[in-house]
Structure formats: structure tokens, C-alpha cells
Design a protein around this ligand. Sequence first.
Ligand SMILES: NC(=O)c1ccc[n+]([C@@H]2O[C@H](COP(=O)([O-])OP(=O)(O)OC[C@H]3O[C@@H](n4cnc5c(N)ncnc54)[C@H](OP(=O)(O)O)[C@@H]3O)[C@@H](O)[C@H]2O)c1
Length: 256
Amino acid sequence: MTDMFRLDGKTALVTGAGTGLGQHFAQVLAHAGARVVIAARRSEKLAKTESLITAAGGEVFAVALDVRSASNISAAFDAAESQFGPVDVLVNNAGFSGFSALLDSDEANWDAIFDTNVKAAWLVSTELIRRSRQHESSSVSIINIASILALGTKFGLGPYMASKAAVVQLTKAMALEWGDSGVRANAISPGYFPSEMTDGLFDTPGGRAMQERIPLRRTGELHELSGPLLLLASDASTYMNGSVVTVDGGHLCHTL
Ligand SMILES: NC(=O)c1ccc[n+]([C@@H]2O[C@H](COP(=O)([O-])OP(=O)(O)OC[C@H]3O[C@@H](n4cnc5c(N)ncnc54)[C@H](OP(=O)(O)O)[C@@H]3O)[C@@H](O)[C@H]2O)c1
């Protein structure tokens, strides 16, 4: 049964793979047998992920990528394909969250959040789909990283909340439009996990109060995202398309 979660012979691309969730996702996919392309802007962060995967015996290739640039994306796919062949699994993980109340938010902040979290997922995914049609790839899995803030709320994170709600609907549009060519698109909505984005947040009075509202009374650990990721990436989920898998210790269930 566990064989259905293996990714041997597959190529996976993870955006934002130099830190946090993306670094973890890249390691998990490599451990499951995939050749993994790791992409982000900071090469020193990618080098760390690369060394972790190589040390564990995995196959990895690092490529510089700003997900907001269509020309960058095309070049990254060219490099990835020449190294490992067509991409079968895409994790749209790169993300950005600026903290400001709506009246204090400016256009630059709004655009940075939407360009990174929403437009980039569309840009990277459409590049993959155009290429997979040329390669006549029969099975592609796209995994978009949303957030429980697509549904729940937090003061000062309005643009981020709106962007992650858009990621959920974008995932459903991908599932709807591309399913007929064997493409599956699903999303993971994480609760709170350690990363650069959440650095220093959990140990504040507000962070501790937040943890009390989580039914499991704690934030998540990165390994607790491994199972959901492998489920959606692998043949264990061949009939899942347009699903949003919440991984939050029950955070969204808190009482009103
Ligand atoms: N941590 C949580 O609790 C949590 C909860 C829900 C959802 N999420 C989501 O999980 C994803 C990963 O976040 P994280 O928590 O792991 O935070 P993180 O450590 O800050 O990782 C985000 C990564 O995205 C990359 N990135 C940002 N802008 C980019 C761009 N323009 N082009 C390419 N890469 C870019 C960054 O790499 P470079 O700066 O090197 O490019 C960075 O490594 C995000 O989508 C986030 O919204 C996180």
C-alpha cells in the first residue's frame, strides 16, 4: 500500500524551496523518490536545501527564480527540463505576507502580496500546462499552498487573507479547466507552522493566546505536512481534484 505514495521517476518543482515549508516539501518529495527542482530568489538559501537533500541521497537541482516574472519562469523550466525532464509535480509554495491594516496598506504592499501569492501561481502553472501538452504528459499534479487565512481571519492581514482565498478559487479553476487532460490541482491550507514568515510569532503573548484557541493547543510541526503533501503529489490521490486539505490542528473549528 505504501508504494502508492512513491514518486520514483517523477520530477517535482517546488517554488520558495530555500526556507520553511518549501524546504521541507522539497526534502519530502526527494525522500519519496522524485527528482526535485528547487526554485527561489536567494541562492544561499537554496544551497542549504540542496545540501540537505544531497546528504540524504536525493536528487536535486537548484534554479534561480522570481515567481513574479514570466521570463524568469520560462527560463527556470528550460533549465529544469534539461536537467531532469518534464515536470510532473508542481508545488506553488512561494509566498509573502505583509502585515498592515487595510487603511495603512499601500498599493506596493497589495501588489507584492497578490503578485507573489496569486498571479505567480497562475503564471507558473500555465507555463507547466503548456509544456506538459507539448510533452503529452499524462499525469500532472499541482499543489497550491493556501492558508487557513483563506477562510479564517486575523487583524492586519487583509491583503494576505484575500490573496489566499484567491488561491483556493484559482485551484478550483485549474481543476475545472485542466482535468480533461489528466491534470489534478489541489490545495493545502496550513495552520501555523515554523518558518521565516512566522519567526518570533509563537512566543509572544498574542502567539501563546492564539495557540490556546487551537483545539490541539499547539502549532504544527513541519513533518505533519508530509503526509498531506505526499497524498496530493502521488497516485494515492488520483481522484482528488479541486480539493482543499486543511492541516491546522483544528484551528478553523474554534468556537465563536
Ligand atoms: N508558516 C505558516 O504558518 C504558513 C501558514 C499558512 C500558509 N503558509 C504559506 O506557506 C508558504 C511558504 O511560507 P513559509 O511559511 O515557509 O514562509 P517563508 O519561510 O518566508 O518561505 C517563503 C519562501 O517564498 C520565497 N519567495 C517569496 N517571494 C518569492 C518570489 N518572488 N520568487 C520566488 N520565491 C519567492 C522565499 O524565498 P526567496 O526570498 O529566496 O525568493 C521564501 O523562501 C507561503 O505560501 C505561505 O503563505 C505558511
